[in-house]
Design a protein around this ligand. Sequence first.
Ligand SMILES: *Cc1c(COP(=O)(O)O)cnc(C)c1O
Length: 417
Amino acid sequence: MFSYVSTRGKAPHLDFTGATLTGLARDGGLYVPETSPSLSSADLPNMAHQAYLEVAWRVTLPFVEGAISPADLIKILKAAYKSFNHQDITPLRQIGDNFYLLELFHGPTLAFKDVALQFLGQVFDHILARTKQKVTIVGATSGDTGSAAIEAFKGKDNANIFILHPHNRVSEVQRRQMTTVLAPNVFNIAIEGSFDDCQDLVKAMFNDQVFRDDLQLSAINSINWARILAQVVYYVFAAARVGKPVAFCVPTGNFGNVYAGYVARSMGVPVEKLIVATNRNDILHRFFETGKMQTEGVVPSLSPSMDIQVSSNFERLLLNLYGGDGGAVEKTMKLDPHTAVGVGVAEEYRKKNPDSVIVSLATAHPAKFPEAVKKAIGIEPELPAQLADLYQRQEKYEVMSANLARVQQFVRERVKM
Ligand SMILES: *Cc1c(COP(=O)(O)O)cnc(C)c1O
């Protein structure tokens, strides 16, 4: 059996299914593999010509040993990625000399979180069908995780899913992607408060041991190891296709995605560098979140020449980074805002390391953030065919104050039904 240990060292060792169902370890730690499986020297050259599913099977197999059979793993992977609308699942596109974009947005909700959550949904299905268990999934979302999780669990007999989002604080596309799913096991709760309020409510439900055990609560946030594992695959896939040591540039929030790159590296993938692209605490960050350029007062720092709020120069900067190629800037700005941050950072890295091969991760489709993209380039990106009628679809959600007892009562009543 391949075994997982808690980062805090006090929770029991578990196999893959145990670690997946448990999510957060009982000692408050996160589950990690006890040892690191390696790829053989022949694996990567072989994978250069393999389909995504073949690579996925080879990469994930050692991590599920003793918990999921090789044949079942094939079924799980096939089912997980059948809803992607590109045959390569995560196609690698060359956008310059030694410069690639890894497109992670071809899943049902147009963000990279589908790669992980579609896999997680199938793993849950497999485990719960065998053990005849039924679980209650509760999660908080600031936008993308919620819809990806709902898509992965909608209509499943063995799970009810409750997703809390901050009322009026997610984009309309993001809200509609969650609230127009009318499957009877899906419940959207708009909390009158912030994302932090939503996350606090979810944590409080997990910390209520009676509630947790009564309802068989399960977590789908990025602490879940199965999500990380699914993301390791596309690093291996991309590195194999490039065929040389490569630097990955990753637009980063909770560090889940870039950590998956670290796991790929520890398996022997020649990762020259993992570039953590953040947009923390500046006006561009807020611009990308809300689509609004809004000043909030200057915060003095030790580098006062940089204490500037209105970043109308972002396009200039991008133009510089592209060596004056305006066409490239336009193309970049057509990327979704998160991807654009990654590409901007990658360009900077390329200037300093001209011999490096870079793969920058495209984490969402531009149509997920139409306001931000329209503000930047004046063009509203179109939703792909499967979501073309999103604005006409009926919505279903509850608006609730950030009151734990009220939310718990709502969940209890719905699970009983
Ligand atoms: C979640 C998300 C991120 C951040 O990913 P982490 O794994 O939290 O670092 C970046 N871009 C998009 C579009 C996302 O949805």
